[in-house]
Design a protein around this ligand. Structure first.
Ligand code: ADP
Ligand code: ASP
Ligand code: MG
Length: 415
């Protein structure tokens, strides 16, 4: 007997028919003698619908109230799934995040999980029940409902698996695993049987939304065996076959395997670039610009500072597009304080990244990447690198072209 956590995304929970399929799949695992905890997302489109309603009332929704609204999507899902299980004779019980409790900090709309109480869940599992817990939501220390950011149900599932020391966390979704890049953008993308934790973390944080990056962090920190697989197969597929399908996140590099130089390409459409022109170049410049941005709880990603000319420099950084207006507002306030000439922004940029642990032992990845982009006539606006990734910022209209060209240039369609 093993303890398994299943996570089902929005498409997998998209209709009552699909929810019945999820119930049949969960029942199959339970019938095989396993303890099962299920973490579903809201039905597809529901979170967007709720955010839309909020925006009709308040252009920039109040974060606490927005979480109050958005958390309801998952609450409907858990109730429906519990009923679907009860209807086929399985004992099941659903809980909202605050009932477990899944404690988070108070950063509404992007809260972080701090602790999970496993008592109630364990007691139910020991009593033979399937336990269903809302994804995406938690509760802060004052009892306010919080949410974990878009795609946050992945993080709920892996964190719950970590807290319960589950044997495996299975992330069921609308693709049958992690691919070399988004198969919806490159039809030749190839499914990876395994992906190292480090690569998965880079891909997720660079925009591959198949997993929320914090879920990968949890998987790594707590060594949770995590697999991404399809929820759209026949729910009665033999269990062994299902258990070995999809993509496993591995924690060791397979030394026997010839390591590919690049494992995948990630992209993020939702980027924005901000430049502060004519800043006096003296100690503390970066701090005086980015300090207030951080205080406003805005995450900064790529940063460059130009060579100074006549004691003045230009300073450029990127933020996610959703925070662009807020960041511009903050900088308008600090522009005069730091003596800058002007602030310029561009919210139509995207980031494309090549990722692979093989980069450590191979040279020439950057030159191949830049040559490919230049052959396509794509201008690079910013570059950032780490040991296992190279990212470029480009005009958003070239993003898909860049991803396709790089996928080909690095032979990713080949086994
Ligand atoms: P869920 O609702 O199940 O959480 P998501 O839409 O959040 O599903 O994530 C699955 C989607 O991630 C896929 O449909 C696919 O378009 C996208 N995706 C992006 N990058 C990748 C990748 N490298 N491999 C597989 N899917 C990817
Ligand atoms: N329902 C939430 C969202 O749409 C969480 C999730 O799907 O993981 O972002
Ligand atoms: Mg998702």
């Amino acid at each position: 007997m093993a303890l398994i956590v299943h996570k089902y995304g929005g498409t997998s929970m998209g209709s009552t028919e699909r929810i019945k399929n999820v119930a049949a799949r969960v029942a199959k695992w339970h019938d095989a003698g396993h303890q099962v905890v299920v973490v579903p997302s809201a039905m597809s489109g529901e979170t967007n619908r709720l955010i839309g309603l909020a925006k009709e009332i308040m252009g920039q929704p109040d974060p606490r109230e927005l979480d109050m609204i958005c958390a309801t999507g998952e609450q409907v899902s858990v109730g429906l799934l519990a009923m679907a299980l009860l209807a086929i004779g399985k004992d099941a019980v659903s809980y909202a995040g605050w009932q477990v409790a899944i404690k988070t900090d108070s950063s509404f709309t992007k809260a972080r999980i701090q602790s999970i109480d496993d008592k109630k869940v364990r007691a139910d599992l020991d009593a033979g029940k399937v336990v269903i817990i809302t994804g995406f939501q938690g509760v802060d220390e004052d009892g306010n409902i919080s949410t974990l950011g878009r795609g946050g149900s992945d993080t709920s599932a892996v964190a719950i698996a970590a807290a319960l020391k589950a044997d495996e966390c299975l992330i069921y979704t609308d693709v049958d695993g992690v691919y070399t890049t988004d198969p919806r953008v490159v039809s030749e993308a190839r499914r990876l049987k395994t992906v190292t934790f480090e690569e998965m973390l880079e891909m997720a944080s660079l925009g591959s939304k198949v997993l929320q990056s914090r879920s990968v962090e949890f998987a790594g920190n707590y060594r949770v065996p995590t697999r991404v697989l399809s929820s759209l197969t026949d729910p009665l597929l033999p269990l062994q076959e299902e258990a070995n399908s999809g993509t496993l996140i591995s924690f060791e590099e397979d030394k026997n395997m010839e390591q590919a130089v690049i494992s995948g390409i990630a992209f993020n459409r939702d980027e924005a670039k901000i430049t502060i022109l004519g800043v006096p170049d003296k100690p503390g410049v970066a701090f005086h610009i980015l300090g207030p941005v951080a205080e406003a709880n805005i995450e900064v990603d790529m940063i460059i500072q130009n060579q100074s000319v006549d004691g003045k420099t230009d300073f450029t950084f990127t933020v996610s597009r959703g925070e662009y207006q807020k960041a511009m507002g903050v900088l308008d306030g600090v522009k005069a304080d730091i003596g800058a000439a002007s602030v310029m922004g561009d919210a139509k940029v995207s980031k494309v990244s090549v990722v692979g642990v093989g980069m450590r032992s191979h040279v020439g990845v950057a030159s191949r990447m830049f040559r490919t982009l230049s052959e396509e006539g794509i201008n690079i606006l910013m570059i950032s690198t780490s040991e296992i990734k190279i990212s470029v910022l480009i005009d958003e209209k070239y993003m898909e072209l860049a991803v396709r060209a790089l996928h080909k240039a690095f032979d990713l369609e080949k086994e």
